[in-house]
Design a protein around this ligand. Sequence first.
Ligand code: ATP
Ligand code: LTN
Length: 332
Amino acid sequence: MGEKKQIVLSAIQPSGSMTLGNYLGAIKNWVAMQEEYFCFYALADLHTITVRQNPQEMRKNILDMYALLLACGVDPDKSVFFIQSHVTTHAQLAWLLNCYTQFGELSRMTQFKDKSKKHADNINAGLFTYPSLMAADILLYQADKVPVGADQMQHLELTRNIANRFNGLYGNVFKIPEGFVPKDGARVMSLQTPTSKMSKSDTNINGCVYVLDKPEVIIKKFKRAITDNDAEVRFDIENKPGISNLMTIYSAVTGLNTEQIEKEFAGKGYGDFKASVGEAVIEHLRPVQEKYQQIIKDRAYMEETWKKADAFAQNFSQRTLDKAMKKIGYIK
Ligand code: ATP
Ligand code: LTN
């Protein structure tokens, strides 16, 4: 771990089972970035309770997600892969940043508006201030780059605004981070409503392919994917959102570009195309699924891994928290 490497931070919520969207839009990129950057990756389990969770399921989701990320290739020898709730500085800095974040800014967040509609019976304060906790996650580690799916760019802009505001008042406390959206597969849409993103907390599970879905389930979901009536495999997000989404997925798992895919399926029906996408996804996920089955059985290894990472993260982030508190006027 070279000293001069740029710092990367990203996180994923254990709010359900990892989707193909999370994997292609975010996690594949986490794995790739480990070679070049000093990476902090977190399981954002504090964020998860902004939507009500069942305790037993939550424990299972945390363990599953931790094991699955290791299976995807997050490497504890290269990166600091920790659990957010185990590192006390996150909640602490989030409180401070709440007082430097405006009501109006938070009200404009698309995710807040979407989730308020989805969970109209529980529009809690945490759901509203979710972005200041996310800002704390990032700013604590003086991150240079934050790899996220396209849906998170708005939160990243807000993080930069909060950091600039704080630095404007107190001098250089926080590094101003840059969002980083991968070129391929950046936004995977639901197979059932291809105009909204594939999301692990979605209630329509047919729209969502999970990384741990069995092959027969994956094929079935792709065969049922919503398309259109003009029977031509052509990329056109506006008029053919379903087919374009399938092409995005196919491209991400095969490495073929749009033109090559259009050529491969010229004159063929949607049935053939959907089956090919399903098969390619199954092959792509097979090694990840196999590795997951090994890791999830080894609780001792997982625990040892996160304890080491938690301690490193605590120590590293404490320096930023101490500095911010001192600047604000707290005494030791
Ligand atoms: P939830 O439904 O609980 O909000 P989510 O599936 O939206 O969860 P997050 O844990 O919020 O996922 O996000 C993890 C990472 O995956 C983020 O970087 C996010 O941008 C990315 N991501 C989520 N959904 C997609 C998608 N459909 N396409 C591409 N990237 C995605
Ligand atoms: N809100 C993020 C998850 C997340 C995150 C972060 C991402 C929590 N903290 C810090 C990047 C950096 C999401 O992807 N929905």
